[in-house]
Write a protein that binds this ligand. Sequence first.
Ligand SMILES: NC(=O)c1ccc[n+]([C@@H]2O[C@H](COP(=O)([O-])OP(=O)(O)OC[C@H]3O[C@@H](n4cnc5c(N)ncnc54)[C@H](OP(=O)(O)O)[C@@H]3O)[C@@H](O)[C@H]2O)c1
Length: 291
Amino acid sequence: MKTIVTGAAGHLGRLVAAQLVERLAPQDVILVTRHPEALQKFAAGGADVRYGDFDDPASLRDAFAGGQRMLLISTDAVGRRIWQHRDALDAASAAGVGHVVFTSHVNPHGNPIGAFAQELGETEDVLHGSPLAWTVLRFNSFAELQLPTAATAVQNGRLVTNVGGGRIAPVSRQDCAEAAAAVLATDGHAGRTYDISGPEALSARDLASLYTDLSGKAVQLVQLSDTMLTWTLIGIGTPSAAAYSLVAWGRGVREGRFDVVDPAVERLTGHPPASVRDVLAAHHANLLAVG
Ligand SMILES: NC(=O)c1ccc[n+]([C@@H]2O[C@H](COP(=O)([O-])OP(=O)(O)OC[C@H]3O[C@@H](n4cnc5c(N)ncnc54)[C@H](OP(=O)(O)O)[C@@H]3O)[C@@H](O)[C@H]2O)c1
């Protein structure tokens, strides 16, 4: 069975590609990207690397030709993704792809983090209404995204946040990729929605102690209201759109939208997911360097 990965040159796409060429015959792996030159290593290993851009739907006819199963990696073009994803799903149907696996977000509908999650929920709705068989992977926050937060907190000796008592269960991109590859390479996943999370839900207090532990430098927790955090971020020069988006993200955590721990990663991959400690420890030197 020929299996397509869209967005194959992104961080997640490359990790999925590396998994799939091990699980399937490389010539059965079709890697679609706007940057084929970035995937020469996979082409040299026998994978079929093709150009495709959701903003150029005509390019998708050749890009998806012959594929039977497809991983649709949500794009990073927040604000335009619902049209991009709709065009990609239409092109997949037209090309004869039977089954699409889509990368979504935990609790995507009505999430206070806004378009970042909402567009993914809307794409799920489009997929459900399409003639395609589907599987949805709802990712918790990528654990790697804790790295800049951790580095800043260690540098300042303070973790400044508006998440209150909310918890988050970050999952590594590697575990997301392995879960996606397992779903693509095995049967029995049509019509299923999986929450893809890390092994535990952590509060801001847990994260501050983890940063302290890993860096050897005390990190104090500072809880602010949404308004105070907005003004603090804008006051230190954060562009207002980014400040509002960070505050909205914190509100999402506070309201429990990321407090999702699910055994799906272990069931799909055969091993427990990496913890935030594992992911940060792999970058321990960076944390210490900043501290
Ligand atoms: N759960 C989370 O915490 C979280 C965090 C960040 C992002 N995400 C979502 O997960 C996705 C993958 O994450 P990542 O870290 O791998 O992102 P990334 O490295 O920033 O990659 C962006 C992705 O978007 C694709 N893309 C952008 N414009 C496109 C277009 N016009 N047509 C087709 N594909 C397009 C890129 O594909 P090519 O460059 O190969 O064309 C690439 O796969 C993101 O795009 C975002 O939707 C989730």
